[in-house]
Design a protein around this ligand. Structure first.
Ligand SMILES: Nc1nc2c(ncn2[C@@H]2O[C@H](COP(=O)(O)OP(=O)(O)OP(=O)(O)O)[C@@H](O)[C@H]2O)c(=O)[nH]1
Ligand SMILES: [Mg+2]
Length: 676
């Protein structure tokens, strides 16, 4: 059976979860449509989601459409949970991008659409909330075209816009619709396709129809145009725009028909080699991990031993697949499907199952904030460490940091709502009460010059049996290169050097991740494996990978000190919609928060302000805005770039095991070896 793994994506509150309910009802899976506001939907199933009325974790539900099995993935729209969206993007065969008919294209809409386009995911747009006062149609489509993609075509017409009785039905075949479709084909045609589009265009221009020189009847001509558009949609180069309301149910049938027309889904090869990827990990009743995996090729059966991640293996003890609304226990799952796999032990999000699939990954921004988490009761400290380690295994972006000398645990965050979610998870799942310190911004360090350092085997002050020379200079990303012969050392030693370079650069001269650096290994050397008089391996005379791992941080930090770095803070682009009368007060607040606004755009009594603001000030602005605008101001912000900090340079240097301080570093290494 063909499978369509379909993501529902949108800015927060656009109506993804409500739409998911409607689609389940249309497919006959549920009789009663659940409500987000009453906490009764299928996909917002966590207590916290129901209490807060927002989606926090992606959730899968399924139904059948024509002969295709659809796995629908409802994603969170709140930017604090963007990582959840990132993880599902590369499993998708198609997406519905939901846009509110009132709010229109919002910050996250753009971020998500850009990601879908880069990954080539066929995307249908659903303009929701046509029942709400202020809903727009034509103007909104113009906005979609201008801000997202010119190849967007409204395929529905709306009656009674902005009222509870609003209805949506497929547009009739008139000149305007034809023109829109042809326009989208022209906008999105590659050179190879241009000829075919021209033939179609000519067929419409012929005066002598129904059967002019092209021999095409009206009906055949329209069918050819529809087919060409559907094909373009399936290639992710054009997008139909549906209209409706997830609350009243208007336009849902049209959307369902559009999905089966334009999103063909995929059919993997069940006989091929096993290949899949884990995008979600859940804990079962006994605390065991349950992995959600999308299978791209091959099949997996209960009791199979399968490769997991790099180099681990697990025995599958239970499988369920999503079918007819729920997950059902099965003895086997195959290509195309999403399966819940039990028994895979230490499985983590992002692990490959079997052969690593070739994924088109899309990385959104890493978290920009971090905060220290402290237990209310000091004796809970070890339990908190364990609980956070569990969370970090499931969600690597939590980026747990442990500063032993300060006895501090800190986690990375996208925002304040995520803090609440972590707090609630610790309380509900681990019985731990915690306090979060005020969030601080996560900066990065950019390399500004170049520097080089060398330490030679057993030559003071080098206590290790390894020779390492490293040069560091500015470059895009983080790149490790060999300036020495690959044959000059065992490969395992090079590997150890490369890995340690990456690890070391997580904390630069001021303790921040180093970005934009090319590191070249300029010297290498080792002592070959020596045996003692008794024939055993003599550690005191033979180099090991451990010698390289220990030495690289010292050499690299030396080189980095010469090169120098500049600390950069994350900067967001903000947009505020507010009453024009409140502009003065808001501008004053922005100045205090180090924001740089552009000239305001005034439209009657409303106005819009855009500009940049340090990420660390966004939360404060969000808190002040209601007071400054009598609750009328709406703030949106997304990361834009990193900028060198002005004023005092923030530092988060560790006090323990810091290779910038040679003595402290060597002492910590000795302690680790002796277990002291
Ligand atoms: N009037 C109206 N309200 C709607 C419609 N769709 C959703 N809503 C309301 O909008 C709010 C958000 O709906 P959700 O379905 O939770 O939106 P979401 O996109 O899933 O939100 P997140 O998952 O938190 O990003 C709820 O209060 C819904 O009742 C609609 O078509 N019309
Ligand atoms: Mg939701």
């Amino acid at each position: 059976m063909r499978t369509l793994n379909l993501g529902i994506l949108a800015h927060v509150d656009a109506g993804k979860t409500s739409l998911t309910e409607r689609l389940l009802q249309a497919a006959g899976i549920i009789d009663e449509v659940g409500s987000v506001d009453a906490g009764s939907t299928r996909t917002d199933s966590l207590d916290l989601e129901r209490r807060r009325g927002i989606t926090i974790k992606s959730a899968v539900v399924s139904f059948t459409l024509g002969g295709t099995g659809v796995n629908l993935i409802d994603t969170p729209g709140h930017p604090d949970f963007i990582a959840e969206v990132e993880r599902v993007l590369n499993l998708l065969d198609g997406a519905v991008l939901v846009v509110s008919a009132v709010e229109g294209v919002q910050a996250q809409t753009r971020v998500l659409y850009r990601a879908l386009r880069r990954l080539g995911v066929p995307t249908v747009v659903f303009v929701n909330k046509i029942d709400r006062a202020g809903a727009r149609t034509d103007e909104l489509v113009r906005d979609l075209r201008a801000k997202l993609d010119p190849a967007m075509v409204a395929v529905d017409a709306v009656d009674g816009l902005g009222t509870a009785a609003a209805e949506s039905k497929p547009r009739g075949r008139d000149a305007a619709y034809t023109e829109d479709l042809l326009g989208a084909l022209l906008d999105s045609a590659s050179d190879a396709e241009a000829g075919r589009v021209n033939d179609l265009l000519n067929a419409y221009l012929e005066e002598t129809t129904p059967a002019g020189p092209s021999g095409m009847s009206h009906v055949a001509r329209d069918a050819a145009l529809d087919a060409a558009f559907a094909e373009r949609v399936a290639l992710a180069r054009a997008h139909p725009v549906h209209f409706g309301s997830a609350i009243t149910g208007a336009g849902i049938d049209g959307l369902v028909a559009g999905l089966s027309r334009c999103l063909p889904g995929s059919e993997g090869d069940p006989a091929g080699p096993l290949s899949g990827t884990v995008f979600k990990v859940e804990r079962g009743p006994a605390g065991e991990r349950i992995a959600y995996a999308r299978l791209f090729s091959g099949a997996v059966a209960v009791r199979d031993r399968v490769p997991v991640g790099d180099g681990r293996e697990g025995k599958v003890t239970g499988i369920s697949v999503f079918e007819d609304g729920d997950d059902h226990a099965r003895s086997r799952a195959e290509a195309g499907q999403i399966a819940k796999l039990r028994g895979l032990g230490e499985v983590r999000i992002g692990d490959a199952i079997g052969r690593p699939p070739k994924l088109r990954t899309e990385h959104f921004l890493r978290p920009a904030l971090e905060t220290v988490v402290a237990p209310l009761r000091d004796r809970d400290r070890p339990a908190l460490h364990t609980a956070l380690t569990h969370l970090a295994e499931q969600d690597p972006l939590i980026g747990l940091r442990h500063d032993e000398s300060r006895r501090e645990l800190s986690v990375s965050l996208y925002g304040e709502v995520q803090k609440e979610v972590i707090g609630a998870t610790l309380a509900e799942e681990h019985g731990l009460e915690v306090d979060f310190r005020e969030s601080t911004v996560i900066c990065v360090e950019r390399v500004t010059g170049s520097g080089e350092a060398v330490e030679v085997t057993a030559k003071a002050p080098n206590p290790f049996l390894a020779t390492v020379g490293l040069r560091i200079e500015p470059g895009p990303g983080i790149d490790f290169r060999l300036g020495v012969e690959l044959g000059s050392m065992p490969f395992a030693f090079f590997k150890a050097v490369e890995e340690t370079v990456h690890d070391t650069l997580r904390e630069g001269l001021h303790g921040w991740q180093v970005e934009g650096a090319t590191v070249t290994m300029t010297r290498s050397g080792y002592w070959a494996r020596q045996s003692s008089a008794h024939g055993g391996f003599d550690k005191s005379m033979s180099s090991t990978a451990g010698d390289f791992r220990s030495l690289v941080p010292l050499v690299l930090m030396d080189a980095l000190r010469q090169a120098g770095t500049v600390v950069c803070e994350p900067l967001h682009r903000f947009r505020i919609e507010l009453p024009a009368a409140d502009l003065g007060g808001v501008l004053g607040a922005l100045a205090k928060l180090r924001a740089v606004p552009e000239p305001p755009e005034i439209r009657g009594s409303r106005c819009a302000l855009e500009g940049t603001i340090p990420a660390g000030a966004v939360h404060g602005l969000g808190q002040r805005l209601p007071g400054l605008t009598s609750g009328e101001g709406v703030l949106e912000s997304v990361f834009e770039r990193h900028e060198p900090v002005t004023g005092p340079v923030p530092s988060r240097l560790r006090t323990d095991a810091n290779p910038l301080d040679r003595e402290a570093y060597l002492l910590a290494l000795t302690r680790r070896v002796t277990g002291g």
